[in-house]
Write a protein that binds this ligand. Sequence first.
Ligand SMILES: O=C(O)CCC(=O)C(=O)O
Length: 282
Amino acid sequence: MNRQPLNPITAQDRADFDRDGVVCLRQMFDRDWIERMTAAVDRVMNTNHPMARPREVTQALGGTSGRYHINSFVWHWDADFRAWALESPNGEIAASLMGVDQVRMFYDQVFVKEPKTSEMTDWHHDLPFWPMRGNQILSIWVALTDVGPDNSSLEYIGGSHRWNKFYRAAIPDKDPRFKSELEECPNFSLLRNDPQYRFLSWTMKAGDCLVHHPLTVHGSEGNFSPSRRRIAISNRYFGPDAIWDPRPATMRVTGDPVIESGKYPAHDQAFPIAWQRQGAAA
Ligand SMILES: O=C(O)CCC(=O)C(=O)O
């Protein structure tokens, strides 16, 4: 299994990420990683491990076909997810796009939409959901299956990370614990003909990934394919400008780390170093 990205991350990739708040990187992970993590996802979807944090979105919303399954903080209790978080190319990809010498693991999330799943991932951006603030935080959404418009490709609004907006957290199963006074994110699916918005999405092969800034607005429609699964893992990493900011209506971090508000969360159990440039100070 490769530890370094299989392909170079170019100056153009960094410029695209900076301008759009998202970039698609092709084939950074070898076949062994993709097979290992696909098997791991199948195991996690059906586990009753006490630390699992499943959200069965289809069931919660009364859906009648398919299955939209989310699970989070899996790396805390699953060895394959731990290796994926700390020993795969993810760490170097994150550091390279943020232009930093060290990154820490924040958390992981599994997003599976089985064939004939109509539930969408509502349009949102990530930061309002997190007890964290900063510019140097990103998500690496790796497709473990081929993904296209028929099976719930992830869509973005290019440049929205620079809008100076902080929309209310949106959870696909509409969990009321995340309600807040913040402005609601518009449903951009209804605004597709509005020329002021740049919709970005990619047809992806298993092993391609999307890397997004925590304020880039994104969402996905249902998986309307009768036969193609859509499986992705999204790993979040942060660099030195991140600060701990445990506001109300933000998610609980597994392990409940005690960290002083306003400080860089250098907590080695909750947020271990995932990648460091050789020779860089710890
Ligand atoms: O896979 C999806 O539909 C949602 C992914 C997402 O929102 C994320 O990775 O931040």
